[in-house]
Design a protein around this ligand. Structure first.
Ligand code: HOZ
Length: 429
């Protein structure tokens, strides 16, 4: 494979853009490569600037659940563009997307559109602090809720990938209000809430952790979060930026049967455009300005083009058989990867919930960030490079998830497994 065009673009990018990228993980440092510059995408495929074609399991880090350039999304966007690109004023489209989200996720009685998952989580936390009059927030190690100051504590995603202990520029006084506990450690949560529950404004969690690789909730963990927050009158926030409309149409909360007070969304609800949202109990959401006094705003919030893409995506996901198809293909991929690794004696464990997967290069279960961090990162990097050379585009970090889309048909899944067979055979040697 030739990468000359990507290399030239990367050189140019580094002159003006820090690290040559607009988000750190995609710089591919953890896998010892330079980033590929993408020229176009279609279905489950990406083409880089040198014309190399890949089967794409990044899917823009989650949003592309229908596959790239899905006709219903392309048509909706084209129709929206006819009307104009941004008005900074309400449109019917915002109501339609809000109705779709609320119908899918009954815990969302009211919802506010924003522009990213980061905005959604920081706004939900401001709301929780505002309504409770408390300052402390509880999160879990290896979960990543965007890059707001108070949340960059033992975080996953790029913070884990680049092994950043805590970012300069964040006042210690801000992170002092954040407690981070081990994911899936129910006892640690109960102990904390026994001791300090009445100081806790909110407990925020990725109900399925997707930023330390993929780590499902242990039985009883989410139930304990619900019980402890209810007992201490603190707010339970599910960060469903990745899992919303992904692991089920109603998100992880419908899959696991737990009702949070607030939910954050992003990725899929924007259909590939920059959208986030937070919503939940009416009595809480009614405290947001201008209905209430807790302030949050945004010029491009509810952008009509982005709303149209989100509406088209959610409507397409409502069709019969969609989540069954995602489940079947994702199961085949996960089981295939696991059995190929076993056949070649490569210590690896594949976690999966619906169409989100993580292959960790280590023996035994991965239940928390400490487990994930004990993976063989060098081996992951070799696997990544091998798969890329075989035409499979994965997230360039052990601490990110893989996303299967409806465009990943049997041919794509089997081609991926054939590539994995060659690469894992080589890794075994
Ligand atoms: N932090 C996101 C993934 N979990 C986005 C990474 C990127 O866009 O580079």
């Amino acid at each position: 494979m030739e990468f000359g065009q990507s290399r030239a673009l990367f050189r140019r990018a580094q002159e003006l853009i820090p690290g040559g990228v607009n988000s750190p993980v995609r710089a591919c440092r953890a896998v010892g490569m330079d980033p590929l510059f993408i020229q176009r995408a279609d279905g489950c495929h990406l083409w880089d600037a040198d014309g190399n074609r890949y089967i794409d399991y990044v899917g823009s880090w989650g949003p592309m659940i229908l596959g790239h350039r899905h006709p219903v999304v392309m048509e909706a966007v084209a129709r929206a563009l006819e009307r104009g690109t941004s008005f900074g004023a309400p449109t019917d489209l915002e109501i339609e997307l809000a109705e779709l989200v609320s119908a899918a996720v009954p815990a969302v009685e009211m919802v506010r559109m924003v522009n990213s998952g980061t905005e959604a989580t920081m706004s939900a936390l401001r709301l929780a602090r505002g309504v409770t009059g408390r300052d402390t927030i509880v999160k879990f190690d290896g979960c990543y809720h965007g890059h707001a100051d108070m949340l960059l504590v033992d975080a996953g995603s790029g913070v884990a990938t680049l092994n950043i202990p805590g970012s300069p520029g964040i006042p210690q006084a801000v992170t002092a209000q954040t407690v981070s506990l081990p994911f899936n450690d129910t006892q640690a949560l109960r102990d904390l809430m026994d001791a300090r529950g009445r100081e806790v404004a909110a407990v925020i969690v990725e109900p399925v952790a997707g930023n330390m690789g993929l780590v499902p909730p242990a039985p009883g963990f989410l139930e304990a979060l619900r019980q402890e927050t209810a007992r201490t009158d603190s707010v339970l926030i599910f960060d469903e930026v990745m899992t919303g409309f992904r692991v089920a149409y109603g998100g992880a909360q419908s899959l696991f049967g737990i009702t949070p007070d607030l939910t954050c969304f992003g990725k899929i609800i924007g259909g590939g455009f920059p959208v986030g949202a937070y919503g939940g109990r009416r009595d809480l959401m009614a405290q947001i300005a201008p209905q209430g006094s807790i302030y949050q705003a945004g010029t491009l919030s509810g952008n009509p083009v982005a709303m149209s893409a989100g509406i088209a995506t959610l409507k397409a996901l409502r069709r019969d058989g969609v989540y069954h198809a995602l489940e079947t293909r994702s199961r085949r991929l996960a089981e295939g990867l696991q059995s190929i690794a076993a056949r070649f004696g490569v210590s690896a464990v594949c976690n999966r919930v619906g169409s989100m997967l993580g292959l960790f290069f280590r023996p035994g279960e991965v239940r928390c960030f400490e487990d994930a961090k004990a993976s063989d990162l060098q081996r992951f990097a070799r696997y990544y490079r091998g798969m890329l050379a075989a035409g499979v585009y994965l997230a360039p970090s052990q601490f990110e998830a893989l996303f299967v889309s409806l465009a990943h048909d049997e041919t794509a899944i089997e081609a991926t497994l054939e590539a994995a067979q060659r690469v894992l055979a080589e890794l075994a040697t």
